[in-house]
Design a protein around this ligand. Sequence first.
Ligand code: ZN
Length: 207
Amino acid sequence: MKKVLKNVSFVILVLKMCIVFGQEPTAQKRILIDVGHGGKDAGAIGINGIQEKEVVLDIANAILNLNNQLDKPLDIYLTRYKDTLISLSDRTKLAKTLKADLFVSLHCNHSDNPNARGIEVYALRKQERYSKESVFAGYKIERALCKTIGYESRGMKFANFQVLRETTEYCPAILMELGFLSNVDEAQYLMRKENVLAIALSILKKL
Ligand SMILES: [Zn+2]
């Protein structure tokens, strides 16, 4: 059965209120959001020409902007703020330098099968430290996105990605594939500003 992504603009206000009223008065966590690809590395190219490097930067910037509107914003950093290419090892070194509490790498998926759709979240396979914390962090965000956005869940998965391997020494780390740019519905969905905002808000709420 084909799932339809939700039109979420009306949900945004409700979510915002949840963030404002649902916050606990504890020390604010430091989050490093890794904005995938950049510069000459465009990442996946969508069926509609949309580029992965731009989609993830838009989502990350939306998370930053929304966070700045909170009474008690989280301490959020991005690995890139512009269309620049950062090496994978520099991205992970930043997690160490900042003493981040959580590393979240943002990506979009691509498949030769145009019907492939949905969201995937990865944690490191065979993780010595922060294994439970990583899986829990990924699961929470994935659930929220499926519920709010209507993404089909492809589940929490395990892989040996470099950004996860090098970061999990310092903090919990996850990599998210936020929909398939090779799928018409999801690529079109990600083109719209209000949808980017809704995705950003769902993620921020669970950081
Ligand atoms: Zn990617």
